[in-house]
Design a protein around this ligand. Structure first.
Ligand code: PLP
Length: 430
């Protein structure tokens, strides 16, 4: 009697594909999605009461692990005070102050409910503030499912994007230029052709939606220089990397190599909500004052800055800013990746991995890929064998080869050793 299968069958009758977000359906890897019954710390239990070590953590938000006592307490207290008012609260101010104190490139921030909403609004803001229409995004970077961002590359640099979803009119994506990640020559050509019409360039600084691929430092430097030269806004989509890869987020990682480095607009989500629907976008005062009610760029939300979500986010941020938090998280992530590397080497399996803070990725390749096209040359069959082998052994990684993984503060060295041992077992099958 497989309760997961029963629930999946029932779900498919009433929810398209049985899921409320496509990657959950296991379409890429096959098999039955696990329905989560409950979670605690580094684990969740499925509908059959089988335990898994969770290396997804809700796709990033659960940086403290599940059910952290300080977060649970803050949420319970907030719930008793009321769920939603549609009027401002002190907690929104506190959360804004907390975020701004950790990310100096932002003077002001607007809270919203999802990463999709935040990046869509950031692009509207960039267009409103510059009076320009065109945008650049990179192949393999995901910025949520707003129409203008569901695009794949056109046939050349002079042709703009094609929609990747039905229901997106060609007119809506005709202003989006899709470029190859980490390709400096192509970036320079695109700016030479279109730079003066560009409202913004949006990037995942460390891409987590094509597994784990870093923007190289020279590439990042060139993006910054060209945006400044042509007056386009440089938008950092840190929905995944924000407070996940470092206390100062990915921009602080690049600022180490490029002193003074800052994006113009930052998009946040995932960790700042601690598992509740909360996201944000922010930047310098002059830019942010273009937003309604001060400026002409409209943006709004009934549940924006929700009192329960902000309580959850605030409690989470107060934990992660404690001294030593990221050192310990990074140590564990690195030890997981090096453990996997050792196990793969022993089994003679091509393998490489990378990590930053509590975010990681690994590939069944010898060398780390630099762009989406290379990531997608991964052998599906081999990845699926690895995925299901781990799943059977109680280790839950992303059910698609183009997704990153996440460590939490709740994972212990014993959890990591157990996961590595499971992987060592599975590598033998590859
Ligand atoms: C998850 C994600 C989004 C979308 O956020 P949602 O809350 O799922 O709408 C946008 N950008 C990046 C980089 C993400 O990882």
């Amino acid at each position: 009697m497989d309760r997961n299968q029963q629930l999946f069958d029932r779900a498919r009758q009433v929810i398209p594909g049985g899921v409320n977000s496509p990657v959950r359906a296991f379409k890429a890897v096959g098999g039955t999605p696990r329905f989560v019954a409950r979670a605690q710390g580094a684990y969740f239990w499925d509908a059959n009461d089988k335990r898994y070590i969770d290396f997804i953590g809700s796709w990033g938000p659960m940086i403290l692990g599940h059910g952290h006592p300080a977060v649970v307490e803050a949420v319970q207290k907030a719930v008793l005070e009321g769920f939603s008012f549609g009027a401002p609260t002190e907690r929104e101010v506190e959360l804004a102050e907390e975020i701004l104190s950790l990310v100096p490139s932002m003077d002001m921030v607007r809270l919203v409910s999802s990463g999709t909403e935040a990046s869509m609004s950031a692009i509207r803001l960039a267009r409103g503030a510059t009076g320009r229409s065109k945008i650049i995004k990179f192949e393999g970077c995901y910025h949520g499912h707003a129409d203008a961002l569901l695009v794949k590359a056109g046939s050349g640099l002079a042709t703009f994007g094609h929609a990747t979803s039905a229901g997106v009119p060609a007119e809506v994506v005709q202003h989006t230029l899709v470029l190859e990640y980490n390709n400096v020559a192509q970036l320079e050509e695109a700016f030479a052709l279109h730079g003066k019409e560009l409202a913004c360039l949006i990037i995942e600084p460390i891409a987590g939606n094509m597994n784990f691929v870093r923007a190289s430092v020279p590439f990042m430097k060139r993006c910054r220089e060209l945006c400044t030269e042509y007056g386009a806004m440089f938008v950092f989509d840190e929905v995944m990397t924000g407070f996940r890869v470092a206390l100062g987020s990915a921009q602080s990682v690049y600022a180490k190599a490029l002193p003074g480095f800052e994006p113009d607009v930052t998009v946040m989500g995932k960790v700042i909500g601690g598992g509740m629907p909360l996201a944000a976008f922010g930047g310098k005062r002059a830019v942010m004052e273009q937003l309604a009610p001060l400026g002409p760029v409209y943006q709004a939300g009934t549940l924006s800055g929700n009192p329960v979500a902000t309580a959850c986010g605030l409690a989470t941020l107060r934990e992660i800013r404690k001294p030593g938090f990221y050192e310990e998280l990074s140590r564990k992530t690195q030890s997981f990746i090096s453990g996997l590397q050792g196990a793969a080497d022993k089994a003679g399996v091509d393998f490489c991995g990378d990590s930053q803070g509590g975010m990681f990725g690994f590939f069944l390749f010898k060398d780390l890929p630099q762009n989406y096209a290379t990531v997608m040359t991964t052998d599906n069959q081999r990845f699926n064998t690895l995925f299901h082998g781990l799943l059977d052994r109680g280790v839950y990684i992303a059910p698609a080869l183009y997704e990153a993984g996440f460590m939490s503060a709740a994972h212990t060295d014993a959890d990591i050793a157990e996961a590595v041992a499971a992987a060592a077992d599975v590598f033998k099958l590859l």
